[in-house]
Design a protein around this ligand. Structure first.
Ligand code: BES
Ligand code: ZN
Ligand code: ZN
Length: 483
């Protein structure tokens, strides 16, 4: 699907059909040519309501406001309505609010996010016939926009949404196909983007590096582990940002086996890894002036005679010892070693992303990412970037009493808390044991266990993988670049 800017009035285009957003239920706007028919049909222009009037070949879509998030939803709803038709090209005007260009970006994001379908395993694929969306430079509020601003906004919006869709495709792919080696092969394909390189490390490297916590999780899997290290190095970067992702291509729970109803969807336990890869892809395509690294610990967590066990004691890369009391708390073990590896790069910002705990879903609900860390300003800036991107997030507070719950009688720490409460935070505090003093204030932990994978669609998120965390981080990078 192409999105093109046309320096033309909406009603002068020759596209097959037109899209008109009815903003805030206002049927008196000049673009609404079918007021009588719409009233006759009982069209209320509620958010997510749409109706196609064949005579004027116009799709009317209810849209609550000119806020970017409502524009994204409107675009996604328009796409949904048109994809079942034979319309090949469609034209839409622009909907500026006080920030010029921002809603052109939102339109491009909404259309592109809405166009994603996962049909890899369907024998009958039903591709949409919609080929081109023309954005006409005629504005709802009569704002003047240059072709350059508009074209750039579309490009950025498309990159952000396509990076998100890229993560969705990886996460939706089944564990037998998306093994650690397959994930590494996908990472390798990103080297076609200028200034992107990729290193892939196997067990030999993990052993040399003393990444025994990571290796323990992999032990009972028939698929060997991979440490994936993608780098984007533009000329004269302003700063160095490092992203670390949990890449569990399957989490059965290990010997602390998950009950069957909790095991389904655990192909999504690689969502953090998919997200960090996609952030690097998006940042490189936008040619942001930062050195960016994406580090993914890719493995399965399985059962077998050689599986790691509750009661084992593991020695992580930084020499700290961990008593295993639950093999289902495996993500933190993989991340512990990967965070040690990541800090050797001396990052200015260190973000880890993981579907780490069911407790985070209990705390914040299914739609919301948990943000944790020691630096209030940094946490707040990520919260704000998430809001702008349309992703939901909330800060979960660390405290020293919860940290004490990770004490072990036999090792430096236990891999689970002794209390059943506050599990998202204690998991974050477990990771804190692997963050060096100099990086404490540069670190953020994002628990995406809730929003990464949906049993039921909401907003412009289809059922299945959502690419959670990609948009908020790309928005964070864009905001950082404005400083
Ligand atoms: N991958 C899971 C967390 C998860 C749960 C992700 C639900 C997505 C949806 C993680 O490895 C896990 O199993 N965590 C345990 C930790 C517990 C043993 C302390 C959990 O949340 O139950
Ligand atoms: Zn687990
Ligand atoms: Zn897991």
């Amino acid at each position: 699907m192409k999105i093109e800017i046309l320096n033309q009035k909406l009603f002068d285009t020759s596209a097959d059909a037109k899209i008109v957003f009815v903003i805030n239920k206002n049927l008196d706007h000049v673009w609404v040519h079918d007021k009588a028919s719409l009233e006759l049909l009982g069209f209320k222009a509620e958010n997510e309501e749409s109706i196609f009037i064949p005579e004027s070949k116009t799709l009317y879509v209810g849209c609550d406001s000119l806020e970017s998030e409502d524009i994204r939803l409107g675009a996604c709803n328009a796409y949904e309505a048109l994809k079942k038709t034979t319309v090949r090209s469609v034209a839409i005007g622009t909907y500026s609010n006080d920030c010029p260009g921002i809603n052109i970006k939102a339109l491009a994001e909404g259309f592109t996010l809405g166009s994603y379908t996962f049909d890899l395993y369907k024998t009958k694929k039903e591709p949409s016939k919609l080929e081109t969306i023309y954005i006409c430079l005629e504005d709802y509020a009569r704002v003047d926009l240059s072709v350059e601003t508009a074209t750039k906004a579309v490009k950025v919006g498309q990159i952000i949404a396509e990076s998100t869709n890229f993560a969705k495709e990886i996460v939706n792919t089944i564990p037998n196909d998306m093994t650690p080696i397959a994930l590494a092969n996908i990472a390798q394909t990103l080297t076609s983007i200028p200034n992107v390189t990729c290193k892939i490390m196997d067990e030999t490297f993990l052993k040399e590096q003393g990444m025994n916590a990571f290796l323990a999780v992999n032990r009972a899997s028939v698929h060997p582990p991979r440490l994936i290290h993608l780098s984007y190095t533009p000329a004269n970067p302003k700063k160095r940002f490092v992203y670390v992702g949990k890449g569990l291509t399957y989490d059965s729970g290990g010997l602390s086996l998950k009950p069957s109803e909790h095991m389904v969807t655990m192909k999504a336990d690689k969502s953090g890894g998919a997200a960090v890869m996609s952030i690097l892809k998006g940042a490189a395509e936008m040619e942001l002036p930062y050195e960016i690294h994406a580090i993914i610990g890719a493995t399965e967590n399985m059962i077998g005679g050689n599986a790691y066990k509750p009661d084992d004691v593991l020695i992580a890369k930084n020499g700290k010892t961990i008593e295993v009391r639950n093999t289902d708390a495996e993500g933190r073990l993989v991340l512990a070693d990967c965070l040690c590896y990541a800090q050797e790069l001396k990052p200015d910002l260190l973000v880890d992303m993981a579907t780490l705990t069911g407790a985070c879903v209990v705390a914040l609900g299914e739609y919301t990412t948990g943000i944790m860390g020691h630096n209030s300003e940094l946490k707040h800036s990520m919260r704000k970037a998430a809001d702008k991107s349309g992703e939901l997030s909330g800060v979960l507070p660390f405290n020293k009493y919860l940290k004490k719950l990770l004490k072990s009688n036999v090792a430096d720490m236990s891999n689970i808390s002794s209390s059943r409460y506050g599990g998202a935070i204690t998991a974050g505090l477990f990771l804190d044991n692997f963050i060096e003093e100099e990086h404490k204030d540069k670190w953020l932990h994002l628990d995406i266990a809730g929003p990464a994978y949906l049993e039921k669609a909401w907003g412009y998120n289809q059922a299945g993988a959502t690419g959670a965390g990609v948009r908020m981080n790309l928005y964070w990078l864009i905001e950082e670049n404005k400083k």
